[in-house]
Design a protein around this ligand. Structure first.
Ligand code: ZN
Length: 410
């Protein structure tokens, strides 16, 4: 009896050790999961396919990279005076692909925007509006690159009795937006959202050393201009309109999107965020929008945007759409919008989508403008979470399998 008790005790002890060992393996494996994107980037091999002469194109004076981040926006600018800018730093929000897109877009920026420099400096970044698919990679971007200036939207974080809300009111006061003048903001009329991620992103921006933060409010927000007199370019903000807000209230934060143009050597592109038909109309009522060569289509080709009046006003020759139908439940771009863009004069061949062509590039040089694309084709695909599940199952079978065999023999 005593011997049997001792044996049972030994068995219990062994089982305990096995369970602990198994749990330790599970914990180690699970800890690697948030880094799936990083690991998959290292272990999966890729091949680059180019449309047009991509290598020559990115050496031009002025380059706009519409980076493939799924149904989301991340647009990097290389300007003729050497300045670098970023308009939105988002990736598609699905947790399945988010970390891969986040890492891919940062790698793309290092490789093509900063020519292999690991820690480049962005002279400015623009958060067009507070939708996660336009800013959910800013944490990694701010951790990787130096940021000198941020253009933030006039949309505020607010949650009742929250200390963060008070911070936002103070930020608006510091920016001179609550000076009691006729167009001043009032904390009761702020357009607010209470997304924690937005609040976190704002904190990240405001804590960046040496970074100036301005609110995008046309027409008071100054143009960004060239520091090289021989290579003059202009980035102009047309929306959101200060005069429409806070006196006019929108019911959709997309209507506060930065609507801007970049013009160089007689060629231009319009960047739109997720701007709505309502904002398009307000901007057209308030000012004379210029014609542009290229339009970054608003809201990933959704029918909330791109009105006929707006398209007829700016008369683009090319349309770039940042989207991926298979990763968004809204099935963007809408065929109705593609048809509308074609009916407004853009040929079908001149409508480029990141989901079909990969990273889109628009370049301007002294002689002309160019459109191209590069896409990274994954040749070998190993999903890290499959590896993790395999390790857990195999280690479980091995650890506890030994036990089953031993007990069967007895
Ligand atoms: Zn969006």
């Amino acid at each position: 009896m005593h011997k049997l008790g001792k044996k049972q005790e030994q068995k219990k002890k062994t089982l305990k050790i096995k369970i602990i060992l198994f749990l330790v393996i599970c914990a180690i494996v699970l800890v690697t999961l948030p880094f799936s994107g990083l690991i998959e980037n290292k272990i999966n091999s890729k091949r680059t396919e180019n449309i047009g002469d991509f290598a020559t194109l990115i050496e031009k004076d002025c380059v706009v990279h519409v980076i493939d981040v799924g149904c989301a926006d991340c647009i990097a600018l290389e300007l003729p005076d050497g300045k670098k800018g970023l308009v939105d730093g988002g990736v598609y929000i699905s947790s399945k692909v988010k970390s891969t897109y986040q890492q891919n877009s940062v790698n793309y920026i290092k490789q093509y925007v900063f020519d292999g420099n690991e820690n480049g400096t962005f002279d400015f970044v623009v958060m067009t509006h507070p939708d996660a698919d336009h800013y959910n990679n800013y944490e990694l971007i701010f951790d990787t690159f130096q940021i000198n200036k941020v253009y933030r939207p006039p949309v505020f974080y607010n949650k009742d009795d929250d200390a963060q809300t008070q911070k936002e009111i103070q930020r608006a006061k510091d920016a001179g937006l609550m000076d009691g003048s006729e167009t001043a903001f009032d904390e009761n009329t702020f357009y607010t959202i209470d997304t924690k991620l937005f609040s976190k992103c704002l904190d990240k921006m405001y804590s960046e050393p040496g970074c100036e933060i301005v609110f995008t409010l046309a027409p008071t927000t100054a143009d960004i201009v060239s520091s090289d007199a021989l290579k003059p370019y202009t980035i102009r903000f047309y929306g959101p309109r200060h005069t429409c807000y806070p006196t006019k209230s929108y019911n959709n934060n997309n209507s506060f999107s930065a609507l801007m143009t970049l013009e160089y050597k007689g060629h231009s592109i319009m960047l739109t965020g997720d701007t709505t038909k309502e904002e398009e109309k307000d901007v057209m009522d308030a000012c004379d929008l210029p014609e542009v060569d290229v339009l970054k289509v608003a809201h990933h080709g959704s029918n909330t945007s791109s009105s006929v009046a707006f398209l007829n006003k700016i008369k683009p020759k090319y349309a770039l759409i940042s989207t991926r139908t298979d990763t968004n439940k809204y099935n963007l771009p809408k065929q109705e919008i593609i048809d509308r863009i074609i009916s407004c004069g853009v040929s079908e061949d001149n409508i480029l989508q990141t989901q079909k062509s990969g990273n889109l590039v628009f370049a301007i040089d002294s002689d002309d403008m160019y459109i191209g694309a590069t896409t990274e084709v994954v040749v070998k695909t190993i999903k890290w979470w499959y590896v993790c599940a395999g390790v857990i199952v195999a280690s479980g079978a091995f650890i506890f399998g030994v036990k089953i065999k031993t007990s069967k023999r007895k």
